[in-house]
Write a new protein. Sequence first.
Length: 427
Amino acid sequence: MSNALSVAATTAALAYRLTQAMAGHGFGGAASPGRPEPPVDTTTPSIKVFLYRVEPNAARRNDDLPTRSGSAIVTRPAAALTLQYLLVFLGDEATAVPDRLLGVAATTLHAQPLLTPEEIDAGWTPLAGGATQDLAGAPDRVRLSILGLGLEDLSHVWSTLMGQPYRLSLGVTADVVRLEPDVTPIRPVPVTTRSLASFVVLSPEITSVAVAGSAPGAPAPIVAGARLELRGRDLMSEDASVVLFGDTEVVPDGASSTPPAESPAADRLFATLPASTPPGVLGVAVEHRRALGSPPSARTVRRSPLHAIVVAPVVSSATLAAPPTPSGTTPQTYSGRVDIVMQQAVPDDQAVTMHLTGGGRAFVFEQPSRTTPGPATSTNNLAIDFGGVPAGDYLVRVVIAGAASAPVVATAGPQPGTIIGPKVALP
């Protein structure tokens, strides 16, 4: 393990190595971390160890995968880094001191490319300040190597040192430096028994959803509590299949009791939409499950992509709250309120609009927000104000979350298929 101080410890150890090499060749100066800042002292030989680039080590960046299983850490995360340094040699150029220092540094790094624990500890001591590095005890040794920098690379590096004239320099890389957080992985419970099961997994797909028994080409609106027919492929599995209406699980129905009496098949399923389903757009999916494990329990093996349906609201009744108020203008119009009872409860956070249609005219009125502080609620009773509507009979429709209610259509009598309600009459 090597903690977050490993980068600084590597820089300090490299500077210590170069300082010792300079002393061994009779130079009285030292190597120190940092960039060459003006003014530059050319009377005392020195080497600046400038860390200018850090990048992930391509060979070791995925060594710690996977680090998590769910929310538990199973392997200590580790970032493997490659450090790139610029060694800047300073001294009297008239006596070729920078050239001699470059030769000392290159010889030392080539002869001993690995940083030793002793060098890491000795280099860190002046910088410690009470902090403890553990790079010296890391299982991976840091390797130093000379980096060949071309003219373009050198130009880019030195251009970042604003206003600095070029000095004789040498590129050096240090790798691998691993950084690991101080966390304790969770050791999993050992496996006591092993079992292997193989089976064919079907991939269900829904292509259409309609009300069961509806005439082809004239689909009935989908409402809460309706029995739906799902068509597609691989909808039935050999073990168990469930239909998901949003987050609600529904067990598929058996054979239809009304003509045509069709049974579930690989390309067809029947399921009843829960009566509590709110209006609006809803995602439908088929999920295949199989009993696995010991003791066996149902587990999901494959789920179909979501198929969107629109659940239409159902108006149970629509009446005028009170006799409408005439406007007193010509032409005469009326204002008032319509009390609407919905078959299913409408959440308070859903937008509701009322459409009044009749006599070749249509009017739209939006109900004010019903959201109140506290827990979310829902209601079956809506009260929507209207105004500026001429006298006449009007069909009442409600649009909730983009889904329009279906009108009541006559199924018998002299004019089957005629819209008969819900309606309100304005005098």
